[in-house]
Design a protein around this ligand. Structure first.
Ligand code: ZN
Ligand code: ZN
Length: 494
């Protein structure tokens, strides 16, 4: 009868009177044993499982109560507590065990960067007199790789083992967008960028965007001014409080590079009644192909910058004394299409006022050497993406692709195996084989001497290829490096 009543004692429907029976039950007292091992929260409560933001430093700056619930979820060192079932000092051992499927670091990687390793050693402890112990913080640490999982097991002297639930490794990078005033072409959303990084186990968390001063183009000579303007906005943003784990993404108009004083010579017939001379801005035809790509004039890419340098005419057989300057008003760029009225590689010159029948025009102009899609400025946390190229809007899809690429550079892609980076990927190349910086030739042969032809662009299969190729994801060679990379240093503010 008593047995039946005891079985029911925990039932909510039990008549309270029957509970008196419990007093008659003799609870058999067992030996002291290990009860549990748990993750600690910063308020002293216990957690069975944990999402650990391994790249962050243990600072309240990164705690939002949701994604990072408390400061103990930031950092690579794990706060563990072991409890026995009764007070007293008891010896026990603790071990960190990686789960199957974790990233596998090579000996070279482990030698280069301490943050790639987890604590493999089993450690011995004794509880305090209350039968519990908070383990020293530095004793158990985990590796840098995203989506890795670990459990921590504690064993007492009787051989009884208890385990935590899974600890899952996450990485978090904040970003702040700096948008030039009156620039209407910025991508409305970086959803694709966030999606790609999430796929590779890096959470991107957006901070409120800010406005910065407008500049029509950022060329190599404009970088200091651009950074100064960007810094004015950045310094007022929430990003400052997220350093060093925050990247600034500035949207610009063009990212064109100027080539000055490009000289074109063309034979012409001039004089009253002559048709205007049409001069194509191109290098002298290549001796083998007899063709050469035209260059676009440096047009509407800066308030004080001009495409026109000089135009002169010399009659056939003439000497220096016969040179006639042609004024700028006589020279008119011819748009390459009505859709892009500012894109011109032909100059029409009114020659009707010239006195000589035949001769040569020398036209000297500033031209667009190249247009860049984005830039990852070295030595800081700034990248920029152009929203215009060749005088047309760059669509949001491509802006997302470019930001994945430039942010890829920020996290060390394409990894070259130097310093704290993961090993060099199987499809890594650098400036010596084309483009600028470390890139990925996946999709192309490993034996090529260069990777920057138009054909290469079409065959490339990674977002870290050296030119915008319409792709937004990391390839099979780069993906493991993105997963493994150690982001704990973050970036200095630009
Ligand atoms: Zn690049
Ligand atoms: Zn790649």
């Amino acid at each position: 009868m008593a047995t039946t009543k005891f079985k029911n004692a925990g039932n909510a429907t039990t008549n309270p009177v029957e509970n008196k029976v419990r007093k008659e039950i003799k609870i058999k007292v067992g030996p002291a044993g290990i009860a549990r091992i748990v993750f600690l929260n910063s308020d002293g409560t216990e957690a069975h499982t944990a999402k650990q933001f391994v790249n962050l430093s243990e600072s309240d700056n990164f705690v939002d109560g949701k994604i990072v619930p408390n400061v103990y979820r930031a950092g690579s060192e794990i706060r563990l507590k072991v409890l026995f079932n009764k007070p007293g000092t008891y010896p026990f051992m603790v071990k960190c065990e990686p789960l199957n499927g974790n990233a596998q670091y090579t000996p070279g990687e482990l030698a280069r960067n301490d943050r790639f390793a987890y604590q493999k050693e089993q450690k011995s402890y004794t509880t305090g007199s209350d039968g519990s112990l908070v383990l020293p913080l530095e004793d158990f640490f985990i590796g840098a790789a995203g989506k890795d999982q670990y459990v921590f097991r504690a064993t007492d002297t009787s051989g009884l083992t208890v385990s935590t639930g899974n600890l899952e490794v996450h990485r978090l990078i904040y970003y702040v967008e700096l948008k030039m005033r009156s620039l209407t072409t910025c991508a409305p959303s970086l959803a694709r960028v966030e999606e790609v990084y999430a796929k590779h186990h890096i959470k991107l968390l957006k901070l409120p965007a800010l406005e910065m001063a407008f500049m029509p183009n950022i060329g190599p000579n404009d970088v200091d001014k651009f950074q100064a303007e960007a810094r004015k906005a950045y310094s007022k943003s929430l990003a400052v409080g997220k350093q060093p784990h925050v990247v600034a993404i500035a949207y610009t108009g063009h990212l064109a590079v100027k080539r000055e004083n490009f000289r074109v010579l063309q034979s012409v017939v001039v004089g009253p009644g002559s048709a205007p001379a049409l001069i194509t801005i191109a290098a002298q035809p290549d001796a083998l192909t007899l063709t050469s790509e035209p260059y676009f004039l440096w047009y509407a890419l800066g308030p004080s910058e001009s495409w026109f340098v000089s135009a002169r005419f010399i009659k056939t057989g003439g000497s220096k004394a016969d040179v006639i300057n042609i004024p700028r008003e006589k020279c008119t760029p011819v748009p390459s299409s009505s859709a892009s009225p500012q894109a011109a590689y032909v100059v029409q010159i009114d020659v009707s006022a010239l006195p000589h029948p035949t001769g040569t025009i020398e036209l000297v102009v500033n031209i667009v050497d190249r247009m860049r899609a984005g830039i990852s400025f070295s030595g800081g946390n700034l990248i920029c993406v152009c929203t215009k190229a060749w005088w047309s809007t760059v669509d949001a899809k491509m802006q997302n692709e470019v930001i994945v690429h430039e942010l890829g550079h920020k996290i060390g892609m394409a990894a070259d195996g130097s310093g704290k980076l993961p090993d060099k990927t199987g499809s890594w190349y650098d400036d010596a084989k084309g483009h600028r910086g470390d890139h990925c030739f996946h999709g192309l042969s490993a034996t090529q001497t260069r990777y920057d032809s138009d054909a290469d662009l079409n065959l490339s299969k990674c977002v870290m290829y050296g030119a915008a190729n319409g792709l937004s994801d990391f390839c099979v060679n780069c993906a493991p490096a993105v997963r493994k990379v150690d982001l704990s240093d973050g970036w200095e503010p630009f």
